[in-house]
Design a protein around this ligand. Sequence first.
Ligand code: NAD
Length: 485
Amino acid sequence: MSMISSDKQPYETLCLYIDGEFIHGGGRHEQDVVDPANGQLLGHLPHATPADLDRALAAAERAFETWRLVSPMEKSRVLRRVGELTRERAREVGRNMTRDQGKPLADAVAELTRCADHCDWHAEECRRIYGRVIPPRLPNVRQFVLREPVGVVAAFTPWNFPYNQAIRKIAAAVGAGCTIVLKGPEDTPSAVVAIARMFHEAGLPPGVLNIVWGVPSEVSQHLITSPIVRKVSFTGSVPVGKQLAALAGLHMKRVTMELGGHSPVIVCEDTDVERAADMLSTLKFSNAGQVCVSPNRLFIHAKVFDRFMTRFIDNAKKIKVGHGLEPDTKMGPLAHARRLPVMADFIQDATEQGATLALGGERIGTVGNFWQPTVLTHVPETSKVMTIEPFGPIAPCVPFTDLDDTIRRANSLPYGLSSYAFTSSTKNALKIQNGIQAGMVNINHFAGGIAEMPVGGVKDSGIGSEGGSETFDAYLTTKFVTQMD
Ligand code: NAD
């Protein structure tokens, strides 16, 4: 595997974005940002001081007084322009995202293109935030329900889809008339800085969007407890989500929580087994498995188990692992070195409990955070990998015989984000659709994070949803007005 050491495109100039100003260094603590494929230093990220955070909050509070009254047409114009810029810069921004996050360039560019659609979607939907008229009981009374922006939002986004996770929160907040202070992912910051530049160029007024970086627990504590903040939105792990939701609850703030999952897959005997294996092997190893909706527990009908596994493993073997900027790479490194021992532990625990290691199972080389595409079969459901989100390129597969029992097993974890099934029987499809406890059910195909789809989980996987026509709900309050002549 060769290393990409010289790249002509300069890496993003990292900075804070507060009150319409791009702020560099200035004696602030700076964090190194490195390429997870080769350890190369890419840049230095300035951390916000407590005074910077207060300045961002004050700017957001001030900007809210005017932004909330700006016409939906103007909000729509800004979002549409950011969509255009996202498309124009997809390759340039995608390239930097590959360098700090690790995913193949084609996937990074595809993420940007999908995000341009999210901008367009929010630009369209924000013009249709309607209230309603309630028929009065008296002839001289008029009654309305108004939907108003909730206020200043504190948002926290993760590193697996740096552009996507941030733009969904920003577009929803800005389109609803809120202002926002967003802490992006410190290890993969380039895409979020690029978003700030685009909104700036699109003419978003100062203070409506503010981008900060720092020690996550310190920044979240500072922002969530501030009386200026009225809403908290977080995407990340379940334990951190619970902590932040508890803190927000203590201060009576609304939350949107997009947390982890452990998506079950049910492959019935009556399906096109090879097609299912092809689709699932592509999805499982995409972004090296670091996807909240990654297929994680694969239940395959015993009658087609061997056929499925042969095809699935064959596909996994062919995945070219490498630096995301190399042209044939299909899977990049894990974003963090700390995840390598976690992968090793999942595999050791599963095999000790009786699972078969059918493919992979080891780190690749000693440079970069590369892990082999790994397939485990006959994995006991008590094993860690079947109960804790692997968030890596490990596919645990088990045979099943009874569909009802498998739906029960699929629902046995406290998560409920995404789920997948393959069947040609409408009876089975209906049973799965009605029986699975999840925010998303994909049967015989994958929706793929399109703008018109609401993304969200049930149970420990979160509260609320992003995208779809529900996208502004979490950023609006309901006001009842009654008026007598
Ligand atoms: P982690 O729990 O340490 O961090 C997850 C994310 O939350 C990171 O972006 C981190 O910066 C942020 N974070 C952590 N503590 C925070 C705090 N106190 N306040 C605000 N933000 C905070 O986990 P990790 O090792 O970075 O990632 C692994 C796990 O995270 C995975 O197992 C997965 O469950 C989860 N994850 C989920 C998503 C998702 O899209 N739902 C994305 C990334 C990570």
